[in-house]
Design a binder for this molecule. Structure first.
Ligand code: FAD
Length: 307
């Protein structure tokens, strides 16, 4: 009798690595919303050479995740390979000529590191709960300063495994977006700084955040981009959406451009509520809101419109 052959899984056909490959890895616990399905395969590279060799040899779909503070991972999970850069990519070097931060370093840690070395310019990062890789990809910004204003250059591994350093000017930054080459993985960012005491500004930023944002909630930060000449939260308020709920998802009472998982939300609840807010804002104001939050992966079921 012939032995039954098991169909090859994605894990079986991926190239060998020195880091970790995990099949069917739950992603929800990593995300700020605490929702979402699994990665078909999660790859945690050991170092940049491991990442580069993997990308050169891998033909499958690859999705990058940073600290997952600006994403909704859908309930059906993410097909293909999800890459997360861990602690091995989180080194920070600070000196008067600049700060070099690994893509896996948290924004707050980088701001604190610069401050501890008597360097100013990165205070704005202290209130943004993502990683440096995500900050570059999103051109993250706060209180009038964006990544593009302080970034000098980025080290990347391209989708085909080649390494490249690009000047910030070549990255085509826009509002909450960058022109990173398709599939490029940021591994390090070079920032300009100047000597000075960053502590007072960082304390101010902390106080402003606490007063205006649900910083301890399960959220994804600003849901929609501010349309030119408007604030997204004001449009959402004008459409009467503050506090609106769908399943376990709610429009924050504290900041109307933040969606919350109140404890039992699915990714479909959160995304469905966001779509409902867009529909109501369009009906009330004639303005179409554009998602800032990146929605990744596949749903378990079709999104239902609210009655
Ligand atoms: C409470 C709260 C407050 C927030 N306040 C702000 C704010 O003031 N200003 C602001 O700009 N944002 C804010 N955000 C949103 C979020 O923190 C930022 O967009 C952050 O830069 C995302 O970084 P991340 O590491 O979490 O990226 P993720 O959310 O994991 O990913 C975001 C995007 O970046 C890509 N990416 C991640 N890492 C890499 C990499 N190494 N190379 C290439 N691409 C990569 C991902 O593929 C994805 O497309 C807030 C979020 C929360 C929850």
């Amino acid at each position: 009798m012939m032995a039954a052959t098991r169909p090859a899984t994605l894990l079986d056909r991926l190239p060998p690595v020195r880091g970790r490959l995990t099949a069917n890895a739950p992603l929800g616990p990593f995300t700020w919303f605490r929702v979402g399905g699994a990665a078909e395969v999660l790859f945690r590279p050991l170092d940049a050479d491991d990442l580069a060799a993997f990308l050169a040899a891998c033909d499958d779909t690859v999705t990058l995740l940073g600290a997952a503070s600006n994403v909704i991972v859908r309930d059906g999970g993410i097909p293909g390979v999800v890459i997360r850069l861990g602690r091995n990519f989180a080194e920070i070097a600070a000196h008067s000529a600049g700060v070099i931060a690994g893509a896996g370093a948290l924004d707050l840690t980088v701001a604190e590191h610069a401050a501890a070395h008597g360097l100013c310019g990165l205070e704005f990062l202290s209130g943004i709960p993502g990683s440096i890789g995500g900050a570059v990809a999103m051109n993250a910004g706060a209180y009038g300063v964006e990544v593009k204003d302080r970034l000098q250059a980025v080290d990347m591994v391209l989708r085909d495994g080649r390494r490249q350093r690009l000047d910030a000017a070549a990255l085509g930054f826009g509002y909450r977006q960058s022109g990173l080459p398709d599939g490029a993985v940021v591994i390090r960012a070079h920032f300009s700084v100047s000597p000075g005491d960053a502590a007072p500004r960082m304390a101010e930023i902390r106080t402003m955040r606490e007063a205006t944002q649900p910083v301890r909630a399960r959220t994804g930060g600003s849901t929609f981009k501010n349309p030119p000449g408007h604030s997204a939260w004001q449009l959402i308020d004008a459409a009467g959406c503050r506090g609106l709920t769908l399943g376990g998802a709610q429009v924050s009472e504290k900041h109307a451009n933040f969606l919350l998982n109140t404890g039992t939300a699915t990714a479909a609840d959160i995304e469905g509520l966001g779509e409902e807010v867009r529909r109501r804002v369009l009906a009330a104001t004639g303005i179409t809101l554009e998602w800032e939050i990146r929605r990744l992966g596949v749903p378990l079921r079709r999104l239902e419109a609210m009655p």
